[in-house]
Design a protein around this ligand. Structure first.
Ligand SMILES: Nc1nc2c(ncn2[C@@H]2O[C@H](COP(=O)(O)OP(=O)(O)OP(=O)(O)O)[C@@H](O)[C@H]2O)c(=O)[nH]1
Length: 243
């Protein structure tokens, strides 16, 4: 049974760059954007090989709460990426973590299992090589978040830090592999195939039933944060282009 890993985060934070760096050891300037891609990979960890499926998501915030929930409920572990140069990363990362927490808790309730003590997730701040562009000063907030959700936190650069990226992915795969026996009943059986993933990007696939109050409190915060985040990023990109 392969370990399933989902990579999520705001547009352009470097999700694909991190994954490509891990898989190919290379950094490429331009990647295809706007589609989900499922990678199948065989990881070698301490003399054993582990099959891994890694879903590189796109347009996470625009697809909204339900679309992202469906991906999260498929996975064994999560990698949430944020861009260290942006000011509004902490509240946006919190939404991703809260959504993952809600999905996992509801899956545990449905399966009659105990809720997990810690989230099988890693929070990764990317683009440290661009910190001169105006570091979002998120570090303390991110540390608080990672301790609240009991997940690890790293800052790195897909452009410059291949060793840390390798450690992040191999650690998460090893963790997923260890926990798979306990938690596989919490997963959804399947994810749409690659072609369908592209077609269904903005649709609302079936998902685990979420409690009404969780849904309202999370979804109401999800949409405004998305809009303001996208606006700020556009403004920052314009400023960088002008400068
Ligand atoms: N300088 C620098 N640029 C980076 C780094 N990581 C990614 N980038 C650049 O940031 C841009 C976006 O990277 P992607 O990997 O496509 O980001 P993404 O999160 O997959 O984007 P979407 O698929 O649109 O959500 C690309 O131009 C990358 O080359 C980094 O660590 N340093």
């Amino acid at each position: 049974m392969p370990v399933r890993l989902v990579i999520a985060g705001p547009d352009g934070c470097g999700k694909t760059a991190l994954l490509v760096r891990y898989l190919s050891k290379r950094f490429i300037e331009t990647y295809q954007s706007g589609i989900d891609i499922l990678y199948r990979h065989r990881a070698v960890l301490q003399d054993s090989t582990i099959d891994v499926e890694i879903l590189d998501t796109s347009s996470c915030e625009r697809r909204g709460f339900n679309g992202l929930s469906a991906c999260l409920s498929w996975a064994d572990s999560f990698l949430f990426v944020y861009d260290v140069t942006l000011l509004d990363s902490a509240p946006r990362a919190r939404l991703f973590l809260e959504l993952a927490r809600t999905v996992r808790d509801n899956a545990a309730i449905s399966a009659g299992s105990a809720k997990e003590r810690r989230l099988p997730a890693v929070l990764v701040g990317n683009k440290t090589d661009l910190a001169y562009c105006g570091h979002g000063n998120n570090k303390a907030e991110m540390e608080i978040l990672s301790s609240q959700f009991r997940c690890r936190h790293f800052v790195t650069s897909a452009a410059e830090d291949p060793k840390i990226i390798d450690l992040i992915f191999t650690g998460l795969i090893a963790e997923g592999h260890l926990s798979i026996g306990q938690s596989h009943s919490l997963r959804k059986a399947s994810l749409p195939g690659r072609g369908q993933l592209q077609q269904q990007r903005h649709s609302r696939p079936s998902m685990l039933a979420l409690r009404e109050e969780d849904l309202m409190s999370l979804e109401s915060r999800w949409l405004p944060a998305t809009t303001s985040g996208a606006k700020k990023r556009e403004q920052q990109q314009e400023q960088q282009a002008d400068g």
